[in-house]
Design a protein around this ligand. Structure first.
Ligand code: KG4
Ligand code: ZN
Length: 367
């Protein structure tokens, strides 16, 4: 529908420069430039390298997204950007770019929360988010259980990892197994040919006295590393496929068990799973199985929308516009530890006079 808000979203919280264009809940473009190859030899994301890559990729990626969407920047109803959480320097590049475009084009600016965006992106795949929705967000940087009754204003943290993020555990185990970076996809692949029951690795924080919805993966990581070391020390071959499958099973068992329990406890009958680890084939299968058994509807966006991207930011921005949420002020800053309870960063004055911003400046930029 033409009267739904047309929003461009910019995502630079980690190593992907993502620019998406969305109309309401319809995806028009999803352009991503990744610097993952530049970080591979370090075995993790190097913040300075990421910031520099964002700077170089920003304008070409914005141009590509607009072209792919077949829209003119002048037609946008708003520009959304990840204000946090994430790497400070990386976020700053996106926030600065978003401000410059919004100001020059005379469009409202929406600083949004990265985690809320990961949830909201599912609207592009499965339509309006049910309210409430339980969300399990699992990536290289976060592992959280969140409950949202309105993705633009109410996101409640239920639980989170107390040490490593789930994706981080995949990356670290892949490194121990010499499988390269990022580790998730390759462990997923090896695990398909392995036996998930071959080795009984520990399930963190699943004791009766443990917090019901928090996660811990560092004990598991150490247990797997020790198991591998013991094999190597004995001169035995490491059964990579079985290790991958057994490790993966330990992670997804805990994730799905706790997510389903949270849904049951809160009487929520929709679970969405997002973040890079949501691409994991075993996580998807086990979540489906357990949700079905519990009468919960599972929503998982396609993998490209699960990993960091600009479309998710645009999706949340469009929802902000649709619900008349206040735009952000021009002094919006990047907040590397923006709390998830702030789905967006509204302007303090709540009187964002876009109409008085130089309307004509943008005409010269994109005419
Ligand atoms: O959301 P994302 O692209 O970036 C952030 O970390 O925010 O997630 C990347 C993470 C990496 O740790 C990667 O190993 C993991 O997601 N990942 C996977 C899979 N694909 C990506 N983990 C398990 N299985 C996968 N198939
Ligand atoms: Zn993310």
């Amino acid at each position: 529908m033409a009267d739904e808000p047309l929003v461009l979203g910019i995502e630079t919280s980690c190593d992907e420069t993502g620019v998406g264009v969305v109309r309401g809940t319809t995806l028009l473009a999803d352009a991503v430039a990744s610097s993952v190859d530049e970080h591979a030899r370090f075995g993790g994301v190097v913040p300075e390298v990421a910031s520099r890559a964002h700077l170089e990729a920003m304008v070409p990626t914005i141009d590509r997204a607009l072209k792919e969407a077949g829209v003119s920047a002048r037609d946008l109803d708003g520009i959304a950007v990840t204000a946090g959480p994430g790497l400070a320097g990386a976020l700053l590049v996106g926030v600065s770019a978003a401000k410059a475009y919004a100001y020059a084009l005379g469009k409202p600016l929406y600083g949004v929360n990265h985690l809320a965006s990961h949830i909201c992106v599912d609207q592009l795949e499965h339509g309006a988010l049910p309210e409430p929705t339980m969300a399990l967000l699992v990536s290289g940087g976060h592992s959280s259980l969140l409950l949202s009754s309105d993705i633009t204003s109410d996101v409640r943290p239920m639980g989170a990892t107390i040490d490593d993020a789930a994706g981080e555990a995949f990356d670290k185990i892949a490194r121990v197994l010499n499988l390269g970076f990022p580790g998730g996809p390759v462990i997923d692949r090896y695990a398909r040919e392995g036996d998930p029951g071959a080795i009984a690795f520990p399930r963190g924080l699943t004791g009766p006295r443990d917090p019901a919805y928090d996660f811990s993966f560092s004990g598991l990581k150490t247990a797997v590393a020790r198991w591998i070391e013991a094999r190597r020390a004995a001169g035995e071959e490491v059964p990579v496929r079985d290790v991958a499958a057994s490790f993966q099973e330990a992670v997804v068992d805990v994730l799905t068990r706790k997510a389903v329990r949270a849904c049951k406890d809160e009487g929520v009958d929709h679970l969405m799973i997002g973040g890079g680890v949501a691409a994991n084939s075993r996580l998807r299968a086990l979540a489906q199985e357990r949700c079905e058994a519990a009468g919960i509807r599972l929503r998982v966006p396609r993998p490209k929308l699960c990993t960091d991207n600009g479309a998710m930011v645009a999706a949340l921005g469009a929802e902000m516009v649709a619900r008349n949420r206040p735009a952000s002020d021009w002094d919006l800053s990047a907040d590397s530890s923006l709390p998830v309870t702030d789905p967006h960063v509204p302007g303090t004055a709540h009187t964002h006079d876009h109409d008085h911003v130089h309307e004509t400046a943008g005409e010269n930029l994109y005419s």
